[in-house]
Write a new protein. Structure first.
Length: 417
């Protein structure tokens, strides 16, 4: 089809204008095109490099609201996608301090772009093991602290590590306990949550919990210093959940590391498995009056079949219980010196009356409710029970209640591994 003279003239005019366009316009166009290509490439690369982190942040959802009148923090759920570099953490020898742990998390998870944070504080708490008439093994735990936001964290890193559920106090990751966790930066910071579990259970039915132990005349932290690699309080918990299927495996794993308690405080731990075995792990040196050198402490294990050492009682071979004092006989001069002794005695009485048998998970939750901090001899208005959880180690299930809202469905969560 032939062009008209007018069309030919218009084309020639347009070409002339194009030829007359300044050189800098062409250069700018080329530069902008190059920048666009680079940006697309960077976004694509970031999506590949941080695909797991992006998926994890996207999963961060609030599942229970704050309630200032009841001193309730919000509850969130986070499903961690893929690996979170814990193999790399152990390969470098772990960490001997919170600062070293923070550096590793910052460099690994955000490639140094966003500074992460992990901190600890005084934790009260109670826990016990029990069995149902059907033979299901139970691990039950109260987490007593102050009003705070909580995360229900699910991990499944693969590569021979076990899937698990754990509870994390988001205050320890630097989240403001008086506000909801909002904004992209805060959610990215919560990617550190797998490194800060307070209790949890894995797919093999191994469960564990951390408890304040108030050791020494000024609550001295355990800080071993041998040639072994290093673990902090919560990274030891993470290692047990990721790599261990039984109490024996967990003890052997922990024995291979130096322990470094976080935030200049002291802790002991209880671990239980689906076979009915359980153990309390304590690092001590001497008695409470002389146990003031954290580097001199050694690991002591109290198993549930060690009748002579369980709470200085006999005949408690099928269950254990723990609050906030060292269980080793002779550590204190009197019962009055044992923090949490009243809760300890109450739980003991509940379990002893049935020889450690509870009807079901709800019956175990009822025992936890009976020592909930809002009602139990509480002379500290800031002390509350932030969460109560019952792990069925046989069925690998979780019954979790927020902020002492027992029997209220909006605050009750059930999960299965």
């Amino acid at each position: 089809m032939k062009q008209t003279k007018q069309e030919i003239a218009e084309c020639e005019g347009t070409e002339a204008v194009r030829r007359r366009a300044p050189r800098w316009v062409k250069i700018v166009a080329i530069v902008l095109a190059a920048i666009l290509v680079i940006l697309v490439a960077l976004v694509g690369a970031a999506a590949i490099v941080w695909r797991n982190e992006i998926g994890t942040v996207a999963s961060f959802k609030k599942v229970a609201d704050r309630n200032e009148a009841h001193a309730d923090g919000a509850v969130y759920r986070m499903d961690v996608k893929g690996d979170f570099y814990f193999d790399d953490f152990l390969a470098q020898g772990g960490a001997s301090s919170d600062a070293d742990l923070i550096d590793f998390i910052t460099n690994s998870i955000t490639r140094g772009i966003i500074q992460m944070e992990i901190k600890q504080s005084e934790i009260a708490c109670s826990a016990f093991t029990a069995v149902t008439p059907a033979g299901d093994r139970i691990f039950a735990r109260n987490y007593d602290f102050s009003m705070t936001n909580t995360a229900l964290v699910f991990t499944d890193p693969g590569d021979g590590r076990y899937a698990s559920f754990s509870t994390v106090d988001l205050q320890f990751l630097g989240m403001d306990q008086d506000k909801d966790v909002e904004g992209l930066i805060n959610k990215i910071t919560c990617l550190a949550a797998p490194y800060a579990p307070l209790d949890g259970v894995n797919e093999k039915g191994l469960s564990c919990g951390i408890f304040m132990s108030y050791q020494g005349t000024e609550t001295v932290a355990t800080d071993q210093n041998t040639d072994k690699p290093d673990l902090t309080s919560t990274t030891m918990m993470r290692a047990v959940l990721d790599y261990c299927a039984t109490v024996d495996e967990a003890i052997a794993f922990v024995e291979a590391y130096d322990m470094h308690d976080s935030a200049q405080t002291s802790f002991h731990y209880m671990i239980a498995d689906a076979t009915g075995a359980s153990a309390i792990l304590e690092w001590t040196n001497g008695t409470d009056l002389t146990d003031n050198d954290g580097s001199a402490r050694t690991l002591h294990v109290i198993r549930n079949d060690d009748d002579a050492a369980i709470g200085e009682r006999e005949g408690a071979a099928d269950y254990q219980w723990i609050t906030n004092f060292i269980l080793q006989p002779g550590y204190y001069g009197s019962d009055a010196e044992k923090p949490g002794y009243d809760r300890y005695e109450h739980i003991c009485g509940q379990l002893a009356s049935t020889d450690g048998v509870v009807a079901d998970e709800q019956a175990a939750m009822d025992i936890l409710a009976s020592v909930g901090r809002r009602n139990w001899n509480n002379d500290d208005s800031n002390s509350i029970t932030v969460h109560s959880v019952v792990y069925n180690l046989t069925k690998k299930t979780v019954l979790w209640v927020a902020n002492e809202h027992y029997s209220e469905e909006a605050y009750t969560f059930r999960f299965s591994l």
